[in-house]
Design a protein around this ligand. Structure first.
Ligand code: SF4
Length: 429
């Protein structure tokens, strides 16, 4: 295909064709290791060749800066940089497809796909199709479609991913045998993937059994709870919060500093987008039908959320809160009509974390992100007035921010957190 200039409006971007399912590898940006491992096996079982990109390092940022303007949202710069860096290191780039997720909301994330396509043209990869995975029917003419069976598997994978991430975070800082929490987590990833392969693991009954068994197995893991550690929650823009590439391996850094770390699950973001469809109707007069569909979806997800909370309640671990409760916590702090980017979810998650014992909160904010600065940094004073014990800091992530600076600020936060723990305090989970 002829390499057209990026500003050529007549240029027809290549589409994903059905026949490519058998011949092409679908590249997916990395984020949330546990969930991604489950999603990868679901998609492979559905006949897709998928590869979660593992390439990281300064080259990714350099490639991003080459093809994306440096005042663009940092997550876009990283995702595009990771794709281009990956393509630069492949022998054959004629058999790959790039997949990105879009929320379809009003935020700039809904436009990343156009930035990516422009970057591909600039980098000489204009023949590579880009696929969008989104709930809003964006990019309707793509040949990439997921059948209902796969959607049910993905929802089940998300549920297991949230449970496993929660339990892994609860135990990883206290394990007696180094690596045992991670091993248990990925043993479960294998176990569930094998169940999916034989058509099991997605029914309500299977979910209940698996989630109960997961909770029990983590409850039996040997832990050293003789010393309390600072409990730190992470919130922020979804990519920077979840992707180690985006937050400079924040979770690993906190564990290395002898802290317990907690990151809210994907259910929160999913339910947040569903509630927003209802608020869109109630506040902004948008589609009643969409609001009704989302009411049904909320009911569906809340039944599964109950399974998680019930199972964890039977162990020594404090469970997460029901999302309905988390949502209500933000009332009076930020209006639910504030829904660009992570919007009111950011405020609600900070308040939930403080309520379940993670009074030290890091708000991971990407450069160029206005919504997160308003709904994160902008509400911290108010949250501290409600929870005077809350120790919340905002850390900025951008191409020029140095890791040393970020880590020094986090060490200061941890020093304040440690002052509140006496040396005889035992850990409570
Ligand atoms: S949430 Fe922030 S970083 Fe993400 S697309 Fe919106 S403005 Fe950009």
């Amino acid at each position: 295909m002829e390499n057209k200039p990026v500003f050529d409006e007549d240029f027809v971007y290549p589409k994903f064709e059905k026949s490519m399912i058998k011949t092409h590898t679908i590249l997916i940006p990395s984020m949330l290791d546990i969930h991604m491992a489950l999603f990868e096996s679901v998609l492979i079982q559905s006949g897709y060749n998928v590869e979660i990109m593992k390439n990281q390092g300064p080259e990714v940022v350099e490639e991003g800066l080459k093809y994306v303007h440096n005042d663009t949202c940092y997550p876009a710069l990283l995702v595009i940089g990771q794709f281009i860096d990956n393509l630069n290191h492949r022998d054959d780039t004629h058999n790959v497809v790039l997949l990105i997720t879009q929320t379809g909301g009003g935020c700039r994330a809904s436009n990343y796909i156009h930035l990516l396509r422009k970057a591909l043209v600039k980098a000489g990869y204009d023949y590579i199709p880009v696929v969008s995975l989104n709930p809003s029917n964006l990019e309707k003419d793509s040949g990439f479609h997921i059948d209902y069976k796969t959607i049910f598997k993905i929802v089940a994978a998300m549920t297991y991913g949230d449970v496993l991430m929660y339990l892994y975070n609860k135990t990883r800082s206290y394990e007696v045998e180094a690596g045992s929490a991670k091993k248990l987590t990925f043993d479960w990833v294998d176990n569930v993937s094998k169940q999916f392969e034989v058509g099991k693991g997605t029914s309500y009954r299977d979910l209940r059994k698996n989630i109960n068994d997961m909770a029990k197995s983590f409850d039996n893991l040997a832990l050293d709870l003789s010393h309390a550690k600072p409990k730190v929650g992470i919130v922020g823009e979804i990519y920077i919060k979840y992707a180690s590439l985006g937050n400079n391996h924040l979770e690993e850094f906190l564990v290395s500093q002898n802290a317990e770390v907690m990151v809210p699950g994907l259910y929160g973001f999913t339910l947040y987008t569903m509630y927003n469809a209802i608020y869109d109707h109630e506040i902004y007069g948008r589609s009643k039908k969409t609001a009704l569909i989302n009411r049904f979806l909320i009911w569906y997800f809340r039944r599964r959320e109950k399974l998680m909370i019930n199972a964890i309640s039977k162990t020594k671990f404090t469970p997460m809160k029901y999302f309905k409760h988390t949502k209500d916590l933000s009332e009076g702090v930020l209006d639910h009509g504030t829904k660009m980017g992570e919007g009111w979810l950011l405020t609600a998650e900070m308040m939930e974390l403080v309520e379940i014992g993670y009074s030290n909160v890091i708000c991971a904010q990407p450069f160029g992100c206005l919504p997160n600065h308003i709904c994160g940094k902008g509400v911290m004073k108010k949250i501290k007035s409600i929870h005077p014990d809350a120790n919340i800091i905002a850390i900025d992530y951008d191409p020029s921010a140095t890791r040393v600076n970020q880590e020094n600020r986090i060490k200061l936060m941890l020093a304040i957190a440690r002052e509140k723990i006496s040396k005889d305090d035992e850990a409570t989970l």
